[in-house]
Design a binder for this molecule. Structure first.
Ligand code: UD1
Ligand code: MG
Length: 464
């Protein structure tokens, strides 16, 4: 029978070295909060009912970041150190048999395969615990691993408490462990706060085990990159860079062209299809999905956008939470937000803003328009400078424009408004009443020409 495993993620700390009001595990790299990555790794290894997260600083936000994943939460009201973070879990976790793996929320690159291997090694051994260690060029800030003659871990000494000899050790503690649960709970309360930080260091458990005659085995990783902790914004930026590079490579291997890939930002959960080309400085954020054969212009920012195939996004276009169907063209300098939907083959040009608006297949709005809360049918032309007046100061209203309507330039469409299919709106019209299908609507003053007026005026104003 397989040994039961519980995974505990420590994520209650503020992360003082981030110098932030925001809890460290909520800071983002690759477009996602650190805690989300660690939780996902845990969930690849264990079922949600066996994964617990210790929350404290900004507990509500951390829980929200993991909402819907089914993991359990344990509150650590005061952050008394990593040992204390485990102590507060006693009530909820001590009765769980088998193994307890502890991960730190600030160690986001850890791979599920490594956690599985850690658990397998501990399950196969008679040690009290297995600790992932690694050797780094600059061990500053990390706990140092002291080995005994047999090569087992004798103790972990924190930077702040280390002597010069210990500081010279380059083998570090990753903060990732697998314990025999029963032994951990039996000895956990022996941890004291007799260190410069006056904290309960979970790492002290190693020496405590040793004194009680239990072994702690190291699981040394040759490649440290997977277990590097994030403690400062500089480290966060380095992690972000690495994740961006990784994502860019993944896209390129999947057949996406990235011009100057080092300038392009693609969030981890975004995707793009084959033969799509992404120009320099584009940002593909959130859960954006881009089809095949698209072109994303320089400096365009797409967030949670959905693009069909063969879509062209001009430079410096913003698309947020909106959908653009195959063959449509949007931009340059357009802005789509809050559920805008550009249907197949439609075109949206420069300085056009669309909010909660459908632009039907093949329709065009090429210049300087605001289309808000509008349902625009197929084959419609929206003239330059036209706007939907969707807001009356209190509420938003809808504009419905039927198939094949021609809206002349600079029309002011006052919602709620219905414009029947195939009708024409004269340029410069202010339209407040429904327009029947096939009609011409003119909502402007008739032009008056006064012959010879200019000459008379000049005479009047000429100096004597
Ligand atoms: C810790 C280890 C160190 C190791 C390093 C690896 C200890 C004492 N030290 O140091 O040996 O080399 O990680 O990255 O464990 N946390 C809580 N509650 C608390 C304190 C911390 O939940 O009261 C959480 C934090 O949110 C964080 C994790 O535990 O996710 C680690 O805490 P952190 O303060 O970053 O420990 P380090 O100083 O990095
Ligand atoms: Mg840390």
């Amino acid at each position: 029978m397989q040994t039961p495993v519980t995974i505990l993620i420590l994520a209650a700390g503020l992360g003082t070295r981030m110098r932030s009001r925001k809890a460290k595990v909520l800071h983002q790299a690759g477009g996602r909060p650190l805690i989300e990555r660690v939780a996902e790794t845990a969930l690849e290894v264990a079922s949600p009912g066996d994964v617990f997260v210790v929350v404290g600083r900004q507990a509500e936000e951390v829980c929200a970041a993991l909402e819907g994943r089914g993991v359990g939460f344990i509150h650590q009201a005061e952050q008394g150190g990593t040992g204390h973070a485990v102590m507060v879990c006693r009530e909820q976790l001590a009765a769980r048999p088998g193994l307890l793996a502890v991960l730190y929320g600030d160690c986001p690159l850890l791979a599920a395969a490594t956690v599985r291997e850690l658990i397998a090694r501990q399950a196969a051994s008679s040690s009290a615990a297995t600790v992932i260690t690694t050797t780094v060029e600059d061990p500053t800030g990390y706990g140092r691993v002291l080995r005994d003659q047999a090569g087992c871990v004798g103790a972990i000494v924190e930077q702040k408490a280390a002597s010069p000899e210990v500081l010279a050790i380059h083998e570090i503690n990753s903060g990732i462990y697998c314990f025999r649960a029963e032994l951990l709970w039996a000895h956990l309360d022996e941890i004291r706060t007799n260190n410069p930080a006056r904290e309960y260091y979970l790492t002290d458990i190693v020496a405590i085990f040793r004194r009680a005659g239990h072994l702690v085995q190291p699981f040394h990783l040759d490649d440290p990159s997977e277990v590097l902790g994030i403690n400062t914004r500089a480290e966060l930026a380095a992690l972000d860079r690495l994740l961006r590079e990784r994502k860019a490579r993944e896209l390129m291997l999947a057949g996406v062209t990235l011009e100057k890939p080092e300038t392009v930002i693609v969030d981890e959960q975004a995707s793009a299809g084959m033969d799509t080309l992404i120009e320099p400085f584009a940002q593909i954020r959130g859960r954006t999905r881009i089809g095949e054969d698209c072109r994303i212009g320089a400096g365009a920012i797409l967030r949670d956008a959905e693009l069909g195939d063969g879509v062209e996004i001009g430079p410096y276009t913003l698309v947020q939470g909106s959908r653009i169907d195959s063959g449509a063209r949007v931009g340059p300098y357009a802005r789509l937000r809050m559920g805008a939907h550009v249907e197949a083959g439609a075109q949206v040009g420069n300085f056009v803003e669309m909010k909660k608006t459908r632009l039907g297949a093949g329709s065009k709005s090429m210049h300087l328009a605001y289309l808000g809360d509008a349902d625009i049918g197929p084959g419609v032309n929206i003239g330059a400078g036209s706007i939907t007046c969707n807001y009356d100061g209190e509420r938003k209203h809808e504009t419905r424009i039927g198939e094949g309507v021609f809206v002349g330039s600079n029309a002011t469409l006052v919602a709620p408004l219905e414009i029947g299919e195939g009708s024409y709106i004269g340029a410069g019209s202010t339209v407040t009443d429904p327009v029947p299908p096939g009609a011409l609507a003119l909502g402007r003053a008739r032009q008056v020409n006064k012959p010879g007026w200019a000459r008379k005026r000049r005479k009047k104003t000429a100096p004597e």
